[in-house]
Ligand binder design. Structure first.
Ligand code: 13P
Length: 255
């Protein structure tokens, strides 16, 4: 049975590249997006380069997203970016609660929840990240940790709102380490997340929500991840900085 969910492959460039590199990487992905036409492709550059990246993909099906945002629409928040500003530029997505935001910048589920509400209110599609640390996995707590993150991050959202977002399962121990979760490990957590979404919204809504895997996804491990029934795409860090690698992953999901 083929999945009703269109696969979504997003590149999280993190704090990398300069303006001209950002522009040419985006242009290369846009020019070759038909290689993975069945999947939706999203680029999430550093905020300062959103504009040139949006220009570079303007005549292609590639979407653009922010890596973070504030939960208020405007105000005295020096250095922050408001959700309507992302919309104003032409972004459709925003990554929220990435493990680097959670661990290095103190973002809790409560913070992520406020941002998710604000993103949805502004008309953005949040990509809400969850995932356990190595210590939590080794203590057998993966299920509890991920369930609590999903419940906390999505608290109070309506079923319709839950139906509009994307979840990224990124085990912290797999991010930037070269250690990818096995397809079975990832599938188990994705299926759990879908069950939790079913209790928060409904099984019908949960069946529509796209759940990406992230953590050392590369062209040579993408196909086995893509073959899992509940893995609906990838959130790619390091490998998204090279057009060939990003498109290689994209083809595994949407070629
Ligand atoms: P890597 O693909 O570099 O492991 O990063 C994953 C990630 O954090 C994407 O958001």
């Amino acid at each position: 049975m083929s999945s009703p969910r269109r696969k979504i492959v997003a590149g999280n460039w993190k704090m990398n590249l300069d303006r001209s590199q950002a522009r040419s990487l985006a242009a290369a992905v846009a020019a070759r997006s038909s290689e993975a036409a069945a999947a939706e492709l999203v680029l999430c550059p550093p905020a300062l380069y959103l504009d040139p990246v949006l220009e570079a993909v303007a005549h292609s099906p590639v979407s653009v997203g922010g890596q973070n945002m504030h939960d208020k629409a405007s105000g005295a928040f020096t250095g922050e970016i408001a959700p309507p500003m992302l919309i104003d530029l032409g972004c459709r997505y925003v990554i929220l609660g990435h493990s680097e935001r959670r661990t290095l910048f103190g973002e809790t589920d409560t913070v992520v929840n406020a941002k998710a509400r604000a993103a949805l209110a502004a008309g953005l599609t949040p990509i809400v990240c969850v995932g356990e640390t190595l210590q939590e996995r080794e203590a057998g707590r993966t299920g509890d940790v991920v369930t609590a993150q999903v419940r906390g991050s999505l608290a109070g959202l309506s079923a319709a709102e839950i139906g509009r977002l994307v979840i990224a399962y990124e085990p912290v121990w797999a991010i930037g380490t070269g250690k990818v979760a096995t397809p079975e490990q990832a599938q188990e957590v994705h299926a759990l997340i879908r069950r939790v979404l079913g209790t928060l919204a409904s099984p019908e809504v949960a069946a529509k929500v796209r759940i990406q895997y992230g953590g050392s996804v590369k062209p040579d491990n993408a196909a086995e991840l893509a073959a899992q029934p509940d893995i609906d795409g990838a959130l790619v860090g390091g490998a998204s900085l090279k057009a060939d690698d990003f498109l290689g992953i994209a083809r595994a999901f949407g070629g």
